[in-house]
Design a protein around this ligand. Structure first.
Ligand SMILES: [Cu+2]
Length: 469
């Protein structure tokens, strides 16, 4: 109250006195006093890893070293792109400080850069979020300080003209300003940032791809990605947890254009820090992340399995790359989730079909389900969906396809000497034994495949093998 009075009265005392008063006292509750102790060098860890939680009860001076680097690397298997980055990664490293800390930010621009770069951190209260003070030519370094006045999860990005181009090339990351008391303890923390990318070639067109200004202007990205590369969070790079553990995700949307409908398939977010702020919502299925915004979500992993991180504007997930995996290991929890074997009632009581009926039924199923991805003539789509036509993979093991249709397929496979690393969903609960047998028999005897047949009994046996023991 005394400080409020001081600031108040100083308004009446003329400019000189007001300046003196402002310098000696502040009324803002975010200001926790001057930095104390020895300066702390911020540890820079690559995404999806997160710096360790802060256990400090006083404001400190935190020194952050970022370097802007232009690097050519893969955006998808066999597709290279000239990324512009902070510290060589997309997103740049996550910065973690405590509310009240004074951040001394060093921005270096790699001498090999072609462009000037700078940084705008949304955690900054000051012109351009720091951009005005950090415009840095190749080979130079800029330094500015700011006090982290407000707790929250904030985007940082390059703000050099043309801004959309610098962001579209990967120049963003997150800065977490922890509340003074810290965040509640969880078992796992990960860092994910979505971005939209605009390449001259189409999705999965191989080779070195360049930035496409027309697609940027039309806001029609070629790729929508988590952490700057298709597959950055799948297969060997999947996020992991254990049954009974808690997981916190720090999720940003760098944009430059798209808003993310962030969802984890098969999970519910217990806590969502809406828009990265202090408002906490509970029991959320999908949370909206604005371009240039962020969200913190916490969930419990109660059931083992693979859970997909998606932008639920779902075309982006399955056809533009916005897909990650959270793999939960541990004992089954049948009371919470239990796969009951056997086909659903619909269609199950159909009379046994003759060969012609079986083929007709197989064709129907193919047209209704499989053709959407594998295409009506079975050729697949380059890079996205493998061919079923003349598929050496399928013909080598026709019975193996039963499990693929029932349970889905993910991870790296090679079909007709081309690699695919995508996700086919499970159709075991949608199709009965007859339908699975029919569609596979249809596929095996069409599209120049080698022939053969799959019986409903064989499908039933594979289903039985799926039963929890
Ligand atoms: Cu830049």
């Amino acid at each position: 109250m005394k400080r409020v009075m001081l600031a108040c009265c100083s308004l009446l005392l003329g400019v000189a006195a007001a300046t003196a008063a402002a310098a000696s006292a502040t009324t803002d509750p975010g200001d926790l006093g001057p930095p104390r102790g020895a300066p702390i060098e911020e540890a820079m860890v690559a995404p999806p890893n997160v710096p360790a939680p802060i256990h400090r009860d006083y404001p400190a001076r935190v020194i952050v070293h970022l370097e802007t680097k232009e690097v050519v690397k893969e955006i998808a298997d066999g597709v290279r792109y000239d990324f512009w980055t902070f510290n060589g990664s997309v997103p740049g490293p996550m910065i973690r400080v405590r509310q009240g800390d004074t951040v001394e930010l060093h921005l270096k621009n790699d001498p090999a850069s072609h462009m000037a770069h700078n940084i705008d951190l949304h955690a900054v209260m000051g012109p351009g979020g720091g951009a005005v003070s950090t415009m840095t030519a190749p080979g130079q370094e800029s330094v500015f300080t700011f006090k982290a006045m407000r707790e929250g999860l904030y985007i940082y990005h390059c703000a050099t003209a043309p801004v959309p181009m610098h962001i579209a090339n990967g120049m963003y990351g997150l800065i977490l300003v922890e509340p003074p008391q810290g965040l509640p303890k969880v078992d796992h923390e990960y860092y994910v940032v979505q971005g939209d990318f605009y390449t001259t070639g189409g999705y999965h067109e191989p080779g070195l791809q360049t930035f496409d200004m027309q697609k940027l202007l039309a806001e029609q990205p070629t790729y929508v990605l988590f952490n700057g590369r298709e597959g950055s969070l799948t297969g060997p790079h999947a996020l992991t947890s254990k049954v009974g553990d808690s997981v916190r995700l720090f999720v940003g949307d760098g944009g430059p254009n798209l808003v993310s409908s962030f969802h984890v398939i098969g999970q519910i977010f217990d806590d969502v820090n809406v828009e990265g702020g202090t408002l906490v919502n509970h029991n959320v299925q999908t949370t909206l992340i604005p371009a240039g915004g962020a969200v913190t979500v916490v969930m419990q992993t109660l059931v083992p399995g693979t859970f997909l991180l998606v932008d639920h504007s779902i075309t982006r997930a399955f056809m533009q790359g916005a897909l990650g995996q959270l793999v939960v290991s541990g004992a089954a929890a049948p009371a919470i989730y239990n796969k009951v074997s056997g086909a659903p009632a619909a269609g199950a009581a159909k009379p046994a079909a003759g060969v012609n009926d079986a083929m007709a039924d197989g064709k129907r199923v193919f047209g209704q389900i499989c053709s959407a991805c594998h295409q009506p003539n079975g050729t697949g789509l380059p890079g996205a969906f493998p061919p079923l036509a003349m598929s050496d993979y399928l013909n080598a093991s026709p019975k193996g396809a039963i499990g693929i249709v029932l349970n889905g397929l993910s991870g790296k496979i090679t079909v007709n000497s081309t690699g695919y690393e995508s996700v086919m969903p499970a159709f075991g609960s949608q199709l009965n034994d007859d339908e699975v047998a029919h569609v596979l028999t249809y596929v095996l005897n069409n599209f120049n495949n080698k022939g053969g047949s799959i019986s409903p009994a064989e499908v039933k046996a594979v289903r039985a093998g799926n039963k929890p023991k």
